[in-house]
Design a binder for this molecule. Structure first.
Ligand SMILES: Nc1ncnc2c1ncn2[C@@H]1O[C@H](COP(=O)(O)OP(=O)(O)OP(=O)(O)O)[C@@H](O)[C@H]1O
Length: 316
């Protein structure tokens, strides 16, 4: 712990990195508070890996900085490494090495000795569910188990911050759910987590906030709901009534709060610019008029729609 530090655990400050003419990371800034999960979402080539590698001290920025617990990954890389665990999107396997040997190697590299090392190894094997596979050679591991081993490696020195580059890629649905549970358990334990994916739906449920990046630029940050609200300033509502909907249609069309009143697939749809108070007031008005309302539901953009609205599908 960085004594007395109470700022964000991850701070990316006006970060830029170019490779020749390619601006891989273009003035990106965001913060991640302690104990929270930030999802970094973007298509191929968006700049996720490059920014994560800079945070993990494996790459230098062209300008700007990336800080872990207030320490600069550019000026203070050794102290940053002690506080950060990095899970790359691909990692080398050492065919005959077994899981416990692999983790023990990294534990020693981080300077863990004696009982501390044994205790830590035991905890990581238990937490990642790798204990039954302790002596299995790495070449025999399934994709899901390899991902767990790689996460175990990132956790071995008990870092406060985890940077996970596409950990869910290639996992089956069960392994994805288990990964989500692992990530939430780590956050509940106070770890701060930056996790990337191409797919918003994959991360939405496990992240407190997300950032959408494309062509090196951060296009939107906030909770999924915040971003959805920004993109969809009017509310869309769906109404189903038990009897003839002519009366409901007439009532809604005469209500100045409701616009774009129409029938779609047998249900009435309309928009309101106001908030929940207007939404409730319109429902009251229908009930007062003795309209038998069977269903009254706000319609949200799907997460795919949100992602498509923010990004433009450009690659570099
Ligand atoms: N070492 C490098 N040399 C040249 N160009 C690079 C290098 N590393 C990354 N790039 C380029 O920088 C851009 C961003 O790449 P990056 O790997 O950070 O994106 P990403 O969002 O992680 O993509 P993916 O999801 O495909 O892994 C791409 O155009 C990539 O080709």
């Amino acid at each position: 712990m960085n004594a007395g530090y109470d700022g964000p655990m991850i701070e990316v400050r006006d970060l830029c990195r170019s490779f020749g003419d390619t601006q891989a990371v273009d003035h990106v800034s965001f913060e991640v508070p302690r104990g929270s999960v930030f999802g970094y979402i973007g298509p191929n080539g968006a700049g996720k890996t490059t920014s994560m590698r800079i945070l993990a001290t494996l790459e230098l920025p062209t300008s700007g900085d990336a800080l872990v617990e207030g320490l600069s990954s550019v000026n203070d890389p050794d102290r940053v490494r002690g506080r950060l665990g990095f899970m790359p999107d691909s990692f080398g396997t050492y065919g005959d090495t077994n899981c416990i040997e692999y983790l023990d190697f990294f534990a020693r590299s981080y300077g863990l000795v004696g009982r501390d090392r044994t205790r830590r190894l035991r905890w990581v094997m238990e937490f990642t569910g790798l204990r039954p596979l302790a002596t299995k050679p790495m070449r025999g591991l399934s994709k899901g188990m390899r991902q767990r081993l790689c996460l175990g490696r990132a956790l071995i020195h008990d870092p406060a911050v985890l940077v996970l580059d596409e950990p869910a890629a290639g996992l089956d649905p069960r392994a994805r759910i288990e990964l989500r549970q692992i990530i939430r358990a780590l956050a509940a334990d106070g770890k701060t987590i930056l996790i990337s994916s191409h797919i918003l739906t994959e991360l939405a449920e496990m992240c407190d906030r997300i950032g959408i990046i494309e062509r090196g630029k951060l296009l939107a940050t906030g909770s999924v709901d915040d971003i959805r609200r920004t993109l969809q300033p009017t509310r869309e509502l769906l109404v189903r009534v038990a009897s003839d909907d002519a009366w409901a249609l007439e009532l809604l069309r005469s209500d100045s709060r409701a616009t774009n009143v129409r029938v779609v697939d047998g249900a009435i749809r309309f928009s309101i610019a106001g908030d929940e108070v207007d939404q409730v007031a319109i429902l009251h008005a229908m009930c007062d008029a003795r309209i038998e309302v069977l269903e009254y539901t706000p319609q949200h953009n799907s997460l795919e729609d949100v992602f498509l609205q923010v990004t433009k599908g450009q690659v570099q």
